[in-house]
Design a protein around this ligand. Structure first.
Ligand code: SF4
Ligand code: SF4
Length: 357
């Protein structure tokens, strides 16, 4: 155990509730896989942004601003209804910082009422016991926090030091599954940090994953030999999570291109705060069509559209979705002719970008 940290135990009641929710979610996930294998006509995973504003300002991030308002609850419900009507299986709420949205519990409740699996990506700074209990009651099933370093620095305040108390609270009170993502790559000062973060996650009963830093287009930055060793160790620790199905990440770590079929725009959708559909967080602007106007024909077309950025992509959640279809549906279409995407001056664009909060 790391110095100055402790392992907390959840009450029997919390452990029972956690076990029950885990079983229910697992059954729903297995059903989700069966449905995805049986039909290619619905989205499997959607990332949706209810709040672009963030309380932090990590210098690598291109996914936040410091002023935008929350998307109103009625509008969020309309978007979620449209996604449920498409047959979407999983909705992951992302940002910005979604916990800044004043009606986030109602958003989560609506996802569950419409029969979809509910996940949340947060920087964790707003978590406390009361907030965790509210997320439990809303029906949240997965929560992910990315931690960048052991002590905060100029690049990122998302450190084990600032967040460890919140992690202990999650370990004690959360009935949903918690995953801690650590990061490796250029711009991360000490690669050993990723290992310490993953070890602490496992110690507290969470799953752990490791992400590799990418540039503003979600593209590959190979790791050095020492970082590669650490990567393999953290992957080993993360074997309890779905990341074990993430073999292509080993190629990414070695700087090798990988062969897969990115189904963004079809099986995976990214819905920004303006309600537009994008390929992913790192390829915003295309197709840039309002969700309400996004037809089954458009999804079908994107399913067969080859993505120019696939070979060097590091966006692991889209790659995991891709596994369910990599064996079928060769892609031979080119992206639709579109107006060039409008610049997004409202987004703070600093340095290199990276995936989720
Ligand atoms: S391959 Fe797909 S997920 Fe990866 S950057 Fe391109 S559009 Fe995004
Ligand atoms: S990485 Fe997450 S926490 Fe950091 S600025 Fe971006 S959205 Fe906020």
């Amino acid at each position: 155990m790391a110095e100055g940290t402790k392992v907390v135990r959840a009450s029997v009641k919390t452990r029972l509730r956690r076990g029950l929710r885990f079983l229910r979610t697992r059954v729903r996930e297995l059903r989700m896989i069966g449905k995805a294998l049986a039909s290619t006509k619905h989205p499997i995973l959607v990332h949706i942004i209810p709040m672009r504003q963030c309380n932090l300002a990590c210098t690598y991030c291109n996914e936040f601003d410091d002023f935008s308002k929350p998307v109103p609850l009625d509008e969020m419900k309309k978007r979620l209804d449209a996604l449920a009507d498409m047959g979407t299986s999983i909705i992951t709420i992302s940002g910005g910082e979604p916990l800044m949205h004043p009606e986030l519990d109602a958003v989560i409740g609506h996802i569950r009422r419409r029969g979809m699996i509910a996940g949340l990506i947060t920087n964790g700074f707003y978590l406390n016991r009361e907030r965790i209990e509210r997320l439990n009651d809303a029906g949240l099933e997965h929560l992910q926090i990315s931690i960048d370093n052991v002590v905060p620095d100029d690049v990122s305040k998302k450190s084990l030091k600032t967040l460890d108390g919140r992690l202990e609270m999650l370990s004690q009170w959360a009935v949903f599954q918690v995953n801690i993502n650590s990061v490796l790559g250029s711009g991360v000062k000490d690669p050993e940090d990723a290992l310490k973060i993953a070890q602490r996650a496992v110690e507290l009963g969470f799953t752990s994953t490791v992400g590799i830093i990418h540039d503003n287009n979600g593209q590959l930055k190979p790791l050095g030999p020492h970082e590669q060793d650490i990567f393999e160790e953290v992957m080993e620790l993360g074997k309890r999570s779905f990341s074990r199905f993430n073999e292509f990440q080993h190629n990414v770590a070695r700087g090798k291109e990988h062969e897969w079929r990115c189904r963004s725009g079809s099986r995976y959708l990214y819905i920004c705060e303006d309600g537009l559909v994008h390929w992913c967080s790192q390829q915003r602007g295309y197709p840039g069509i309002p969700l309400a106007e996004y037809t089954p024909e458009m999804r079908h077309r994107e399913y067969f559209t080859e993505k120019f950025c696939a070979a060097r992509c590091t966006v692991s959640c889209v790659q995991q979705v891709g596994i369910l279809d990599n064996w079928r549906g060769p892609q031979n279409l080119k992206p639709m002719q579109m107006e060039p995407p409008a610049p997004q001056p409202q987004l703070v664009q600093i340095g290199q970008g990276r995936g989720d909060s």
